[in-house]
Design a protein around this ligand. Structure first.
Ligand SMILES: [Zn+2]
Length: 374
């Protein structure tokens, strides 16, 4: 009898610990504005998500999981084959941010810098960088290094200038733009007037920003999830947000990394986002992402000799993010930190407009062989 009683007591204690753990996770890392409690409950029965606070009151559940099932979702990683190579048996997805394969395309997607900067000898150096070229060069190099360690690697962009659709943005405009605009109208995302404007008056920049960008980010999430990676690495280079227009250099330079979370109150009006909130809460992708990202940040700091950002180092960190337990790793509800169903590292390193970095990143004409990328 005594044994049974103590076993029950231990079990209750265990459930209470889980309730405390997941409540803290939801409040500290997923709920930026402290306004989401009406959408979920965490109690003895498990974790539930509701479509609205009204549904919560009437216990009309949208997604739920019991404590036993959570254990099954988050069972230990599958065993990897014995090998002398560190990454044998691992599947890794790499996403090279943005799409530009040349400077002109960088202008269209507005991930392009052009200005003059005075070098150490006092001479003016002309700087022109497109982020998409840098991220692709970095991704390709990383792929080679990971493969040499035995990993199987998938890239969302297969060649410089490629999009997640396997073609350039220019070719996507020719083959798919009309249908994309037409479908947006059919699902009532845009009005008929808007459709006409997009088909007749919109510039390439408009087409990129207003139609292509979101569809393509979704596609990145889809192809990463279809690959079922053990983890995903998303590569970006940063800029000083206060240096808008990026027509001159800045003296700021920081490293940072993003993981999922920091949902805003209005985000959970969307069923799709409620599912992502639920998935991030119950799976351990979030915890693994924080620990992987922290390792990467430490390595950035040591290798690149660039300071790790604190929450007060940028407005978007203060207003759009939540800090994690790890230095330089922030919860941010970006499309890819939300869409990707695996642990992830979303790195934002080096300010491209920094007075020192811009010269280093600009060194080679094709921007792929400079020492900051290698
Ligand atoms: Zn970027």
């Amino acid at each position: 009898m005594l044994n049974i009683t103590s076993a029950c007591y231990a079990q209750n204690n265990d459930v209470q610990n889980k309730i405390n753990y997941y409540k803290e996770k939801a409040e500290k890392y997923l709920d930026k504005q402290k306004g989401l409690e009406g959408y979920y409950s965490i109690d003895k029965s498990g974790i539930k998500v509701f479509a609205s606070s009204k549904d919560k009151l009437s216990n009309k559940v949208e997604y739920c999981v019991s404590w036993d099932s959570i254990q099954q979702i988050n069972n230990p990683s599958k065993p990897k084959p014995e090998s002398i190579k560190k990454l044998t048996g691992y599947r890794i997805a790499i996403d090279a941010g943005h799409t530009a394969g040349d400077l002109a395309s960088g202008k269209i997607e507005q991930k392009h810098l052009k200005f003059n900067v005075a070098g150490a000898d006092g001479k003016l150096d002309s700087i022109e960088i497109a982020e998409g070229i840098l991220t692709f060069a970095t991704a390709k190099l990383l792929k080679e290094k990971l493969e040499a360690e035995g990993a199987e690697v998938f890239m969302t962009r297969s060649f410089n200038g490629s999009t997640a659709f396997g073609i350039t943005f220019e070719n996507w405009l020719k083959s798919s733009y009309f249908n994309a605009v037409d479908s947006l109208n059919k699902i009532s995302e845009i009005t008929l007037d808007r459709k006409q404007w997009l088909l007749t008056k919109a510039t390439k920049r408009d087409k990129f920003k207003l139609v292509f960008k979101d569809i393509e980010l979704k596609k990145r999430g889809e192809i990463i999830n279809n690959y079922h990676p053990d983890f995903t690495i998303i590569i970006h280079y940063n800029v000083d947000e206060m240096n808008t227009g990026w027509a001159k250099s800045s003296n700021k330079d920081f490293d940072m990394a993003f993981v999922g979370g920091a949902f805003m109150k209005h985000d959970l009006l969307s069923k799709e986002k409620r599912y992502d909130f639920f998935r991030l809460l119950v799976s351990d992708d979030f915890e693994k992402s924080v620990s992987l990202s922290s390792e990467m940040i430490k390595s950035f700091e040591n290798t690149l000799v660039v300071k790790t950002a604190s929450i007060n180092d940028a407005k978007y960190l203060r207003e759009g993010c939540l800090p994690t337990t790890e230095k330089g790793v922030f919860c941010r509800n970006l499309q890819l930190t939300r869409f990707v169903h695996s642990p992830l590292v979303y790195g934002e390193t080096l300010y491209q407009d920094n007075e020192r970095e811009c010269v280093l990143l600009n060194q080679e004409r094709d921007k792929t062989k400079n020492i900051r990328v290698l």
